[in-house]
Write a protein that binds this ligand. Structure first.
Ligand SMILES: NC(=O)C1=CN([C@@H]2O[C@H](COP(=O)(O)OP(=O)(O)OC[C@H]3O[C@@H](n4cnc5c(N)ncnc54)[C@H](OP(=O)(O)O)[C@@H]3O)[C@@H](O)[C@H]2O)C=CC1
Ligand SMILES: Nc1nc2c(c(=O)[nH]1)N=C([C@H](O)[C@@H](O)CO)CN2
Length: 237
């Protein structure tokens, strides 16, 4: 019997893609969602990754994705809610729409996918089943420039607690809360230097440290309802 696939939302690029590739290397079938078609998706498709387009900016978009996911597979080993939008707050008329977009991708999408896809996890014949939410260090600290982002990630942390209690013991539900793990395309050396100084470890480690945390959660049968900090000791500065 072939292994059940692992779903990673927002898996076309950066951290999500790194984890998708590492899961493939570890022998897991992988399904990803992506928002925008990109040339680099072809390499994943060549490795057998099922790629499903999805925009979680609306409830209809979330439910449409769920319906297509259920035609793609009837079982899941794990769901990794990685899709995220790091848009800073906009002071103008777009403030409310911006908050709503971040609420939908960081909270409503994980909420609806967890509810509607519980049956796929329950159908997994393997001994362990997991949901992992990608959170953020700032969920616990707040952010002056990303208020809506931090608040909706804090909401995601609360979803971790509720779903962990609801889905135990058959499904484990945890979160990973990184701080700066990899830079954005537009970040310059000055930004990198300033960002590195914020943590005790003073480094930008790259996506491997996130995969190590995901691997730990997938392999551990006694951890649920926790958020793993992967932040270089930000809280020590
Ligand atoms: N990078 C870092 O240092 C840190 C990352 N994190 C968290 O780790 C996770 C991965 O980070 P990173 O790789 O930088 O994330 P990205 O900013 O690269 O976003 C990941 C993916 O989410 C997708 N996405 C964005 N908005 C939507 C939407 N409305 N509907 C569907 N998909 C959407 C994007 O798709 P597309 O590209 O097609 O638009 C993108 O590929 C995120 O949850 C992030 O919050 C937390 C702290 C630090
Ligand atoms: N969806 C995203 N979330 C976050 C990103 C990102 O690029 N996409 N980047 C960060 C920063 O690295 C931040 O941690 C630097 O202080 C946070 N979240």
């Amino acid at each position: 019997m072939s292994a059940s696939p692992i779903l990673i939302t927002g898996g076309a690029r950066r951290l999500g893609r790194h984890c998708a590739e590492r899961l493939l290397d570890d022998g897991h079938p992988v399904i990803i969602s992506y928002r925008r078609e990109r040339d680099e998706l072809e390499a994943l498709r060549r490795r057998g990754v099922a790629t499903l387009q999805a925009d979680f900016a609306s409830e209809a978009g979330i439910l449409d994705f769920i319906a297509r996911l259920k035609t793609e597979t009837d079982t899941l080993r794990a769901i990794v809610h990685n899709a995220s939008d790091w848009t800073p707050d906009s002071p103008g008329d777009d403030a409310g729409a911006n908050f709503e977009r971040l609420f939908r991708v960081h909270m409503q999408a994980p909420y609806l996918i967890n509810l509607h896809c519980r049956e796929l996890l329950a159908a997994c014949p393997e001994p362990l089943r997991d949901i992992v939410h990608m959170s953020d260090y700032v969920a616990r600290r707040g952010s002056k420039k990303h208020v809506a982002y931090a608040a909706t990630k804090a909401g995601l942390d609360n979803l971790t607690l509720s779903f962990a209690a609801m889905y135990a013991p058959s499904i484990q539900v945890n979160a990973i809360a990184p701080a700066l793990v990899m830079l954005g395309e537009d970040d310059d050396a000055a930004y990198a230097e300033k960002a590195m100084a914020k943590s005790a470890m003073r480094m930008i480690p790259g996506p491997g440290v996130v995969y190590q945390s995901l691997r730990y959660l997938l392999d551990n049968r006694y951890v649920t309802g926790v958020t793993l900090p992967v932040d270089g000791g930000r809280h020590l500065r």
